[in-house]
Design a protein around this ligand. Structure first.
Ligand SMILES: Nc1ncnc2c1ncn2[C@@H]1O[C@H](COP(=O)(O)OP(=O)(O)OP(=O)(O)O)[C@@H](O)[C@H]1O
Ligand SMILES: [Mg+2]
Length: 441
């Protein structure tokens, strides 16, 4: 459920927190070192699963490139694929179309899943025979339209013929339902669903339909359906159905969700939960570069944490003391104290050369780059002296350079060359600073 492709790409090697028997392994699930932070993150996973995180949030702090985002991704992986995970950078709340609080509100609601269980009465079976009746179109005598028909459905247990109206015949024709297909017809709405082709009925060598079993039991039955939607999806569905225009022209692109729509959705969801029809699955909202949020956004988040329908919020920052945006107040991590009070803070530490080596090896494998030994050591040196991220960025261009030279692995020459072609942030800043000084003289 992550949004930004870049953010997934550089963390694609991370499969989990690398914990076995409640202890982090030095290298596992794509994660290296950072043992204390991973131990803390593992406890957070347990707290989330036990529902003990209410009113609190997590803050990951540490220098750039020390794995804060990587650990947040690992937490999400540990929570399982069903758990909604939404990632946002602090700067993304400043958009031209939406209010800051609306961006945050949507992000919060995209991070909460609602698993809905619904029992419906349906007709289910293999289509044995169809018999459609057509008549002239009431307005256009040259056009034939279906006016109804009979359909015979078969299960392991029985065979039933049903008389159906023109609406259902339309759907059957539109969906290309043929004899031998397994279908459902919803009793209340008349909606037709084609499930697949019954096993044994397929007489094609190549077919595109999924093969399914012939249903057992009676044709007319109550069936349970389970699906998971986020609160935001429910908001959008509700907002659309409210608008008459959407019925005529199709669904509009909804920018801002009216507050009364959210209130109604919340009320309905609560009723569903109370009556056992639905279950809430609080997910994770990860806000990277959280120091980019401003005072208004922070107080909005503090309030959100108090609400019953709140996801787990994980913030990350690499700033120490800095001004809270929108104020003149300096504060730890640029965050107001009432928010800081609610945070469990996890720190990440700079890596040793050995850890950098391990991370670069994993990244090289992930990106399909073969490094010879000296090339790896040169990258480790660059990673230690400049930054891990800088060294990792050099992998791809070094590979291209090696390929151009007809080499199957990257050597130290290629690494040295790309490191002069592409300079690190520190060097680029230094370069411009020297220029500025010259210009002033
Ligand atoms: N312990 C680790 N094990 C494996 N890979 C890691 C580890 N730490 C960082 N990485 C990888 O190194 C790169 C930089 O790490 P990451 O983006 O998580 O740093 P960050 O602390 O979020 O930095 P910033 O403050 O700049 O946002 C990423 O590709 C990340 O997946
Ligand atoms: Mg980060």
């Amino acid at each position: 459920m992550m949004k930004s492709g870049e953010r997934i790409g550089v963390h694609s090697h991370i499969k989990g927190l690398g914990i076995r028997n409640n202890e982090p392994l030095p290298v596992a699930d794509g994660l290296v070192g950072q043992i204390e932070a991973r131990r803390a993150a593992w406890l957070v996973v347990q707290l989330i699963k036990a529902g003990k995180m209410a009113g609190r949030a997590i803050l990951l702090v540490g220098p750039p490139g020390t794995g804060k985002t990587a650990i947040a991704v690992a937490i999400a992986r540990e929570l399982g694929p069903e758990t909604p995970f939404m990632a946002l950078s602090g700067s993304e709340i400043y958009s031209a179309e939406l209010k800051k609080t609306e961006v945050l509100m949507q992000a919060l609601r995209k991070s909460i899943g609602v698993r809905i269980r619904e029992r419906r009465w349906i007709y289910e079976g293999v289509v044995d025979k169809v018999d459609y009746k057509f008549d002239r179109h009431p307005l256009n005598p040259y056009v034939q339209v279906p006016v109804g028909g009979t359909i015979t459905l078969r299960t392991e247990k029985e065979t039933r013929s049903l008389r159906v109206d023109s609406n259902i015949v339309y759907q059957l024709l539109q969906k290309g339902v043929e004899e031998g297909d397994v279908i459902w017809i919803d009793e209340e709405t008349g909606r037709v669903t084609r499930v697949g082709r019954a096993k044994g009925a397929a007489n094609y060598d190549v077919g595109v339909r999924e093969l399914v079993d012939v249903p057992s039991g009676p044709v007319y039955k109550e069936k349970e359906f389970v699906y998971t939607l986020t609160l935001h999806q429910l908001d959008e569905m509700h907002a659309r159905s409210e608008s008459l225009l959407s019925l005529i022209f199709g669904a509009p692109e909804y920018r801002e969700i009216p507050p009364d729509v959210r209130a109604k959705v919340d009320k309905t969801v609560k009723e569903w939960v109370d009556s056992g029809r639905a279950e809430l699955i609080p997910g994770v909202l990860f806000i990277d570069d959280a120091h980019m949020l401003d005072i208004e956004a922070f107080s909005f988040l503090s309030r959100a944490m108090e609400s019953e329908l709140s996801p787990i919020i994980i913030l990350a920052t690499n700033r120490g003391f800095t001004k809270i945006r929108g104020t003149d107040v300096e504060a730890p991590h640029g965050m107001p104290l009432d928010l800081l009070d609610r945070l469990l803070i996890i720190k990440t530490k700079p890596y040793t050369a050995d850890e950098i080596r391990e991370i670069l090896k994993i990244r090289a494998k992930e990106e399909g780059v073969t490094l010879d030994e000296q090339a790896l050591e040169e990258l480790v040196r660059l990673g230690t002296e400049r930054s891990l991220r800088y060294a990792a960025h050099l992998l791809a261009p070094a590979k291209i350079l090696a390929e151009q030279r007809g080499k199957s692995s990257v050597g130290v020459e290629e690494v040295r060359e790309v490191s002069t072609l592409f300079i690190s942030t520190r060097e680029s800043a230094q370069y411009l600073k020297e220029f500025e000084e010259k210009m002033l003289k």
